[in-house]
Design a protein around this ligand. Structure first.
Ligand SMILES: *C1O[C@H](CO)[C@@H](O)[C@H](O)[C@H]1NC(C)=O
Ligand SMILES: *[C@@H]1O[C@H](CO)[C@@H](O)[C@H](O)[C@H]1NC(C)=O
Ligand SMILES: *[C@@H]1O[C@H](CO)[C@@H](O)[C@H](O)[C@H]1NC(C)=O
Ligand SMILES: *[C@@H]1O[C@H](CO)[C@@H](O)[C@H](O)[C@H]1NC(C)=O
Ligand SMILES: [Ca+2]
Ligand SMILES: [Zn+2]
Length: 647
């Protein structure tokens, strides 16, 4: 019988089928803002531009105090932005300006106005060097013509208490907090002038504390530029709650929230088997707070309050279907906390929320780790939004926890860059109660690594390079090898043996443990000629065993990085992961063992200048892949233990 994934046969390469997408079901408020068509381009001048007031260039040595100098520069900037963008100077206001004492650069921040009110997202910043030259500039001003319609709106009426209360009611509905008519009517209000802008602002008091922690909300009118460049009047509402401090802009004409930001930095916490814990057999769960790596996931992992984000969407899938958007996902408790119970005396389905949380966590860990080692946007990784603009976005991992489509296995399907891959994790039935593959890190790491090797070998647009034979077998082998690198602990030595799938299967899912002992694991290149070694997982076991030898050779020579995420390329385990991924990028489509070995050696040569060349050759040669090992087209996989001369 042929099965899929970690145990059975091959990894699927999906055709480019597009699945229809339903809308997500979360009610949690996401930050929103109009995406301006013109963006906010940042211009850096190679030759700084002299500033002038009227027709007079500003004297580089303005002999006045700093405050005065900042004011003069501010006026000059307003004149420049005004004439360049055809906006009257009276419609541009400096919001902040200061001369930085360290760099000597003066920073001027501005906003465009209508009727004396700010267009909240039409802003500029200009940087001026110590000799009064503009060194860089950016703005998102609305085009001149778009202001005409906005100027016609009578904004004074918007400051009445009734309309202000309308605005509160719309925001409450949007963020899912009850605020009744009666509660609103009971609230009182006063008018004050905003400390910074000087513009009138209504302070509404006596609101229920679920909506406003101190009972008050501030409302005023402003304008906002929409994505098409048009400018519309909005209510701005600022209200603080226990875990949020909202700054909302509500469109007056259609009564919708069109911009929303939260001044609280949202934290994310997961109660999980952390990345240094292999499975429930290896330790207990703990709370990890904000585990995202900023270089890989600058906006963290969660986009709203459930297990979906830029890198991964994790959900249940009891019927093994292929759609995911409307599937069940757990909702975080207040403060972004994902903490769900597990009772191991019961069936896995009783702890599905903990399983989904774990799967979401482990996939994101794999995303960040592989990103740090070069499986990034340009290299075709899995992300909805690719922040660099390189590669193709729209392809976060769709990960199904406790998928009902199978048992005793797991699999990963890798379509080309730009299409969502699928990870399916099954329940394992060897034990009573059954066990859940979502909770075993080496299973998830194995599956995710299929995505890495498929996208990197032959380029991100081609995921048909590791389908069968030696290439397909190495696909399985790299997946075990990366799982082995991730699970390393500082107490492990080259005498430690690793068993894959130990927790879910209650024994190894491979023939032999990974070991540097030829007795414990006798695998060598010539095993590939045995009829028992035609299936990809069997071939993969030989490759992963060779890589296990290389890994320990590198650690023994270079030492061990306690934290693989620190990317310390002087340490053996970090070098190993780096040259595995670099080798995948270098090697040809449908590589043989020999091709892949040569790519790893080339990658190491590039990384360190060949410091570890002999250590790597010695490790491969120990398992029969020495310099004279024949290529498969030469007829056999005879073991060769020769190392290059000089080693
Ligand atoms: C490795 O590759 C980089 C980028 O192509 C190159 O700049 C560098 O010189 C190479 N290093 C070695 C040791 O070959
Ligand atoms: C997780 O939630 C349980 C209640 O289900 C609670 O008792 C426990 O303290 C929480 N754990 C953490 C670390 O917050
Ligand atoms: C990459 O992501 C950016 C958003 O960050 C998007 O604008 C762009 O279209 C994406 N590129 C591709 C080719 O998908
Ligand atoms: C695991 O296997 C051992 C025998 O190898 C057995 O004694 C034990 O009960 C099994 N554990 C479970 C949870 O089934
Ligand atoms: Ca991608
Ligand atoms: Zn596999």
């Amino acid at each position: 019988m042929k099965s899929l994934g970690i145990l059975g046969a091959l990894v699927l390469a999906l055709s480019s089928t597009q699945l229809s997408e339903a809308h997500g079901s979360s009610s949690y408020p996401r930050a929103i803002r109009p995406k301006l068509a013109g963006g906010q381009k940042f211009t850096v001048y190679d030759t700084p531009i002299a500033l002038s007031v009227g027709s007079n260039a500003i004297n580089p040595a303005v002999p006045v105090d700093t405050k005065n100098k900042v004011e003069i520069i501010g006026t000059a900037i307003i004149d420049k932005l005004s004439s360049e963008n055809n906006i009257p100077p009276s419609n541009i206001r400096v919001t902040s300006a200061y001369a930085d004492t360290g760099s000597g650069i003066t920073h001027i921040y501005l906003v465009q106005t209508v009727d004396g009110k700010d267009i909240t997202n039409s802003v500029a910043n200009v940087n001026v060097d110590a000799s009064n030259h503009i060194i860089s500039l950016s703005h998102s001003f609305a085009p001149a013509g778009s202001l005409v319609s906005a100027a016609k709106v009578d904004s004074t009426s918007l400051e009445s208490s009734d309309t202000a209360k309308d605005a509160l009611s719309i925001l409450a509905t949007h963020i899912g907090i009850s605020l009744t008519k009666v509660e609103l009517e009971a609230a009182t209000h006063t008018t004050v002038n905003n400390i910074i802008s000087g513009q009138p602002q209504l302070v509404v008091e006596g609101l229920p504390t679920a909506f406003a922690i101190d009972g008050t909300a501030k409302v005023n009118t402003e304008y906002i530029q929409q994505s098409d460049g048009s400018v519309v009047p909005v209510w701005r509402v600022v209200v603080e709650q226990k875990d949020h401090w909202w700054n909302a802009h509500i469109d007056v004409s259609n009564q919708k929230v069109i911009s929303l930001s939260d001044w609280y930095a949202q934290s994310e916490s997961y109660f999980v088997y952390a990345k240094d814990t292999l499975s429930p057999a290896d330790g207990s769960r703990k709370m990890v707070v904000d585990p995202a790596y900023a270089s890989a996931s600058p906006k963290e992992w969660v986009s709203d309050d459930t297990t979906s984000g830029n890198n991964v969407w994790a959900q249940s899938n009891p019927f093994g279907s292929s759609t995911w958007k409307t599937n069940h996902r757990p909702t975080a408790q207040s403060g972004g906390v994902f903490n769900y119970t597990i009772d191991f005396t019961k069936a896995p389905k009783t702890y599905i929320d903990a399983a989904i949380t774990q799967l979401f966590y482990s996939n994101n860990i794999m995303h960040d780790l592989s990103f740090i080692y070069g499986f990034d946007e340009a290299a075709g990784n899995f992300q909805d939004e690719n922040y660099s603009g390189e590669g193709v976005g729209g392809d976060y991992v769709v990960a199904f926890a406790q998928d009902g489509g199978g048992t005793n296995n797991a699999n990963f399907a890798t379509p080309p860059d730009g299409e969502n891959p699928r990870m399916r994790m099954y329940i394992w039935t060897q034990t009573r109660p059954n066990r859940d593959g979502d909770l075993e890190q080496d299973i998830v790491a194995h599956e995710f690594t299929h995505g890495i090797s498929n996208r990197l070998t032959g380029g991100p647009a081609n995921t048909d390079c590791l389908n069968d034979g030696e290439a397909g077998g190495m696909g399985e082998g790299w997946s075990d090898a990366v799982a082995n690198i991730l699970r390393l602990k500082s107490t492990d030595t080259s005498h430690t043996d690793f068993i894959l799938g130990d927790y879910v299967y209650n024994k190894s899912i491979r023939k032999y443990p990974y070991s540097t002992s030829l007795t414990t694991n006798p695998s060598t290149y010539s095993f590939l000629d045995s009829p028992e070694y035609e299936e990809v997982h069997d071939i993969g076991e030989v490759w992963a065993e060779m890589l296990y030898e290389v890994m320990w050779a590198l650690i023994n020579k270079n030492g061990f990085a306690k934290d693989i995420f620190a990317h310390d390329l002087t340490k053996g385990n970090s070098i190993m992961l780096q040259i595995l991924l670099d080798g995948m990028k270098l090697q040809p489509c449908n590589p043989t063992f020999i091709d892949a070995r040569d790519a790893i050696i080339q990658a190491e040569n590039n990384l360190t200048g060949g410091k570890n060349k002999c250590a790597i050759w010695t490790a491969f040669a120990k398992r029969g892949l020495g310099v004279n090992a024949p290529r498969p087209e030469e007829g056999s996989h005879t073991d060769d233990h020769t190392v290059p001369s000089g080693c």
